[in-house]
Design a protein around this ligand. Sequence first.
Ligand SMILES: Nc1nc2c(c(=O)[nH]1)N[C@H]1C(S)=C(S)[C@@H](COP(=O)(O)O)O[C@H]1N2
Ligand SMILES: [Mo]
Length: 550
Amino acid sequence: MFALAPDSPWTRRLVGALTGLTAAAVALGVTELIAGLNRNWRSPVIDVGDRVVDNVPVWLKEFAIDQFGTNDKPVLLASIGVILAVYAMVVVTLAFTRRLAIGVVGFALFGLIGAYTAISRRVGGSFDDAIPVVIGTGAGIGAIVLAHHLLTPLLTSGDATDEPVDVEGRDEDETLPVESPTDPARATRRDLLITGGGLIGVFALVGAGTGAVGRAIRSRFSATESRANVVLPDAADPLAPIPDGVSVGVDGVSPFSTPNADFYRIDTALTVPQVPTDNYELRVTGMVDNELSFSFDDLLQRKIVEHDITLTCVSNTIGGELVGNARWLGFRLDELLEEAGVQSGADQVVGRSVDGYTCGFPLEAATDGRNAMVAFGMNGEPLPLEHGFPVRLVVPGLYGYISATKWLTEIELTTFEDFESYWVPRGYADRAPIKLMSRIDSIDGLGTLNVGPDGMAAIGGVAWAQTVGISDVQVQIDDGEWMSAELGEALNKDTWRQWAFRFEPSGTDRTRTSIRCRAVDADGVIQTDERSEPLPDGASGHHQIVVFVE
Ligand SMILES: Nc1nc2c(c(=O)[nH]1)N[C@H]1C(S)=C(S)[C@@H](COP(=O)(O)O)O[C@H]1N2
Ligand SMILES: [Mo]
């Protein structure tokens, strides 16, 4: 290691790096503080993150979902933070070892990138959105200049014996006894420790403090309170509670209704959009005879319906978890479009979100009689913030990416020729009905299959064929015949159906057994064994696992 000799080049580098790190904290903290003053302002880290999300190649996005699941967002933001920290440390180290200008220009450059991403953000970016980052960058540069001004003299003065070997071989404990109390080098070292350490500590505190205050004052823009105040209306024709018969009673099978807290979440939003109901507006626009506009209260006054619908993500892999079932409360999309009067020629319904996200699906899916909904309730509660509060779309039978716009603000009638929704230019299909699929839930691959005293084992899972319905689930053990499973009661055609299969496994003592399942829909179509990736229009293939018989 090196000694903290004021004249050592390593001391300079260390001081530079720590100044860089803490000046970056000042810049980000002050930005956060200023951003907290206005609902439309936010940290440029989020804007940069949006850019990454919007431009990341799809294979990397699928990889991130696969690796980190719903944690892909914190991982992304943390990565941006690490890159920022390393960059700041490098440029400010250079500011201390070469020229101050390198640090100043380096920070200014990053500020410019932040300002640019803020101004050109997904929705509604304008010049004033750069104000937080401009002020924050200014504060960061101020910190660098101040530190450079106060610390450089301490780094250059003092004991002039700056022979590197001598310096690097020196150790504080070793040298202290031989130095006189008035040794100038020792005095400078103490000054450096006090001034440098103090300054860096103050920067760290200012960064953390302004950041924390910024977040605290931003919380007044939260939609949590607005959500708490929503009183959901009853459906005109309320559904009966879900019958017990939908459940097959096998441990480990996904509950028929997915609790909101466990419902998978997939979206491109790095921070959950906060949309209170007071200023909420839903507009119906485009190729319609009457453009319409509704407040949140207007929506609650409409004819209310509720439906149980299983939502599925196109990124769901075979055996994956990106599927959930809920009871949605809202109103019918076809009735809304009827009121608007869809003009001939329109063939695509586009759902726009406050965050700029767009879905787009065939007009037919909205008008063919299926239960396509504009929803504000989920399992008896207002939509959770992460699931689109206050209003979203839910369309049975279509993957979420083209149909289920969360934080919905506009429904636009257009054509497929004129408009591509968010994922389409990124390689996903513009028409994407959910594929017939089944999953083994009760046991994981390489798990141990428990065999009862009677020699029997029970397995189970779920199968879905939204808008068509499931008529059979079949199971194959090793190379045996396909055999039908027992099915839970079918609630409707839009929800998944539980299945259970009881059989007598052959072998004991860690015998390997393979289990495979396939679904048959109500039209008699058998789930294909042909495997395909989620891209471009959803995974297919049988869920097959190998387990050990105990
Ligand atoms: N605004 C917005 N809505 C969105 C998305 C999004 O990224 N932004 N993702 C869609 C996708 S890909 C899916 S699968 C569903 C998931 O809904 P959930 O998060 O409530 O499960 O929302 C859809 N609606
Ligand atoms: Mo999705």
